[in-house]
Every structure is written in structure tokens, then in C-alpha cells.
Design a protein around this ligand. Structure first.
Ligand code: UD1
Length: 389
């Protein structure tokens, strides 16, 4: 842990302290850091909680996306939810005291998001939440708890889709705090599409790759506790994956949580198929290139539901719900759950028809972070004016 204690009077006081912790946070913070630096710059510092720490889950994204190296790192690592959240809070408090920011900005719905928001709110430091108001209405998802609680203690809430406002109003959030700005994750996608690694490179150069699959390929990602922590569910899903790979070769970048569960339950043989290419976690540019050229994507990730909608690639979501309903109503996403028959039918449908058409949702236009910076700038000026008055 670095910079944990410092004198209270701080020349950096008054800026925005931005927080990241886990992989999906990095794509969201990249355009925000850039926009805060832009016209009429707002002083900003970046704090990493260390929730994700493997090079493939972490440093690679900073390099590829040009995110400035974190000014502060809490180096918290993996643990149970309670211990991880508590440890982030414990380590964040003295840093916050030393930094004296005008606000703490958190993104998404991971444990780092709620942990830092909670510390800031208790100390009277305003909280800014980017990607507010998304609801799966499924409290068994750890992220749903993080979303609901973070929104309750946030002062400024930036939303990605219009129905998020309805969710927030229903939960009693004051309307003036809510700003519909669009999707910062899609800002990152726009900015990097031209740099995406061609799929052939990823498929062909990997040992035992899928090179030469003329009929195309699908991409699979799985990491939700509801899909990978229960050995029966995991076994059923992997069995299904094998069957699908007989119809369409699949590329499966394996999340560390999933790899660990497969090992723990001795399910490695289910991955043993020549039409299934198992890879380590991929960098952003490789994953983007793979998704862009895929015939379909099977996933339980939230961000990938949005990225496939932006790319116009059919997405089959292996969950019973989504907190991102616009990807279903306007985008290319179909939510099918864990039932093998429904998954198989959805895959057959996409292969036969090319999948449902979709359109890119409002404000998913690459400018969300610029809108956020504009609103933050005005908010900081208003706050300063109120303090003088
Ligand atoms: C976290 C987020 C989830 C997000 C996901 C993206 C929460 C509650 N969950 O889930 O919303 O979709 O990140 O990846 O915050 N591990 C490593 N190396 C790492 C990080 C983790 O090996 O760099 C392993 C550890 O065994 C760890 C496990 O992965 O116990 C899970 O990591 P954790 O951060 O607890 O949750 P994720 O499943 O990654």
C-alpha cells in the first residue's frame, strides 16, 4: 500500500479522485480520465484498489487504453466479499483524508465501487457514480447490492440508458442529481475499434488454434458466481458448450474464477474438444477484434452485452435477467438463462437467421465522458460559488 498517510493540507485538494478496482472498470475510466484532462481541465487523480491484480486482468488494460498509471494503489487483492470490501474501506480512509478531493468518482458495480463510495459518503465527501441506476432486480447478484447501495449515497448519478432514471426515482433519488449522459464503455469501443487485433491473429497463433474454421466462430465468456460456483450448473453449461462447439467452433477466454472452479471440480475434460479454443484472459484489443468478427457471443458479462449491441453482433446472455434491458429492447441481446434447451434453441436461431437486428442506443456515441466532464465542471463551479457565498 502506498501513500497511506500524509499531512492533511494538500496542494491537490479540490480535484476529483477517480477509483478503479476490477477489469470492467478500466474501460470505463479511460475516457473519463481523458475528458477530465480536456478543454477546461479538471484536476484528477486515479486510485486503484488492487481488486484485480494479474497482468492479464489489469496492467495490460492500462497499457492498451492509455490510462495514466494509478497515483495510488491500495493493493487489496482477492478475498471473500466481506473481507475484500472491508479491506478496501480500511485502506481507503487515510488516503481520502490525505487527498481532500472535491469528490470521489466511482464507476460500475464491483466491490471497489461500493467500498470507496461508502467511505467517502461517511466522511461527507460527495460521491459521483458513473453507470448509475441499472437494476437486474436480482439481489442474489453481488453487483445488484453494490448498485443499489452506491446509488443511494451518490450526489451525482450518471446514467447510460433512459430507464435507469425511472429506477432511481422509484428508489427516492432526487431528480436533479440524475444525468443521462450515455455509455462510457462505448466511448472506449469507438476510440479503439480501428486498433482491434484481427481475429485471425488470435485464432491462428494460439497453440492448437481454430485457424481455418470457414464457417466462422463464436465467443464464450463465463464468470458469474451463479454460473461457475455451483458445480452442477457449471458442468451443465460446459456440457452445453461442447455440444454447441460441434455446430460452431467456440473461443473461450477463461476468467481466473472460472478456471479455478473447473480445476476444483475436476471438469477439465469437458474443455477437451478440437472445436473449443480455451485461452487465458485476453486484452481489450484482442477481445474487441474477436467479438467484432464473431457470428455470435455467449456470455454472462454485463459489459459484453453492451459491446455486442454497439457492434451489432448477436449476443446470447446466459443469465435469467439483465440490468441492461436496452440491449434487449433495442440491441442484439437475447437473455436465455441456464437451461441447455433454451441456449441450444437460441444458438440455432442465430445460426439460421443471423440473429435479431438491433440499433445503437441513444447517446452510445463516443461522447459520454465529454458530457460527464462538462457536468462535473459546472458542478464544481457551483459548489465553489456556494462555499464563497
Ligand atoms: C469481479 C466483479 C464482477 C465483474 C468481474 C470482472 C465484484 C463483486 N465482482 O468479479 O462484477 O464482472 O470482476 O472480472 O466486484 N483473481 C485472479 N486474478 C485477479 C483477480 C481475481 O486470479 O487479478 C481470481 C481470484 O481467485 C479471486 C477470483 O478471481 O478470488 C474472483 O475475483 P473477484 O475480484 O473477487 O471477483 P470476480 O469474479 O473477478
Amino acid at each position: 500500500m502506498s501513500n497511506s498517510a500524509a499531512p492533511n493540507r494538500n496542494p491537490r485538494a479540490g480535484g476529483i479522485l477517480c477509483v478503479v478496482g476490477a477489469r470492467p472498470n478500466f474501460m470505463k475510466i479511460a475516457p473519463i480520465m481523458a475528458a477530465l484532462k480536456g478543454a477546461g481541465p479538471i484536476p484528477a487523480r486515479l486510485l486503484h484498489t488492487g481488486q484485480h491484480y494479474d497482468a492479464a486482468m489489469n496492467q495490460q488494460f492500462f497499457r492498451e487504453l492509455g490510462i495514466p498509471l494509478p497515483d495510488l494503489n491500495l493493493e487489496v487483492g482477492s478475498a471473500s466479499h466481506a473481507v475484500q470490501t472491508a479491506e478496501i474501506m480500511r485502506r481507503f480512509e487515510p488516503v481520502l483524508d490525505a487527498e481532500c478531493p472535491a469528490a470521489v468518482l466511482v464507476v460500475g458495480d464491483v466491490n471497489s465501487t461500493i467500498a470507496c463510495a461508502l467511505v467517502a459518503a461517511k466522511k461527507g465527501v460527495p460521491v459521483v457514480h458513473v453507470e448509475a441506476g441499472l437494476r437486474s432486480f436480482d439481489r442474489t447478484m453481488p453487483e445488484e447490492i453494490n448498485r443499489v447501495l452506491t446509488d443511494q449515497i451518490s450526489d451525482l448519478l450518471f446514467t447510460t440508458e433512459r430507464n435507469a432514471r425511472e429506477n432511481l426515482l422509484r428508489e427516492g433519488v432526487a431528480e436533479p442529481r440524475i444525468h443521462f449522459v450515455g455509455n462510457v464503455m462505448i466511448d472506449t469501443l469507438h476510440r479503439n475499434l480501428e486498433r482491434a487485433v484481427p481475429a485471425a491473429q488470435t485464432l491462428g497463433t494460439s497453440a492448437g488454434g481454430l485457424a481455418g474454421c470457414a464457417e466462422g466462430y463464436g465467443v464464450l465468456t463465463l464468470h458469474r458466481p451463479s454460473n461457475v460456483d455451483d458445480p452442477y450448473v457449471l458442468r451443465t453449461l460446459l456440457g452445453m458448450v461442447r455440444e454447441i462447439s460441434d455446430r460452431l467452433p467456440l473461443v473461450f477466454p477463461l476468467h481466473p474464477r472460472t478456471r479455478a472452479q473447473i480445476g476444483r471440480h475436476g471438469l477439465e475434460t469437458l474443455l477437451d474438444s478440437q472445436n473449443l479454443l480455451v485461452l487465458p484472459p485476453l486484452g481489450y484489443l484482442q477481445m474487441l477484434g474477436l467479438m467484432r468478427e464473431a457470428r455470435l457471443v455467449l456470455t454472462d458479462s454485463g459489459g459484453i452485452q453492451e459491446e455486442t449491441t454497439a457492434l451489432g453482433v448477436p449476443c446470447i446472455t446466459l443469465r435469467n435477467n439483465t440490468e441492461r434491458p436496452i440491449t434487449v429492447t433495442e440491441g442484439t441481446n437475447t437473455v436465455v438463462g441456464q437451461d441447455p434447451a433454451r441456449i441450444g434453441a437460441a444458438v440455432a436461431e442465430v445460426l439460421a437467421t443471423g440473429g435479431k437486428g438491433g440499433r445503437v442506443p441513444e447517446f452510445w456515441d463516443g461522447r459520454a465522458a465529454v458530457r460527464i466532464a462538462g457536468i462535473l465542471r459546472r458542478w464544481l463551479e457551483d459548489t465553489a460559488a456556494r462555499q464563497v457565498a
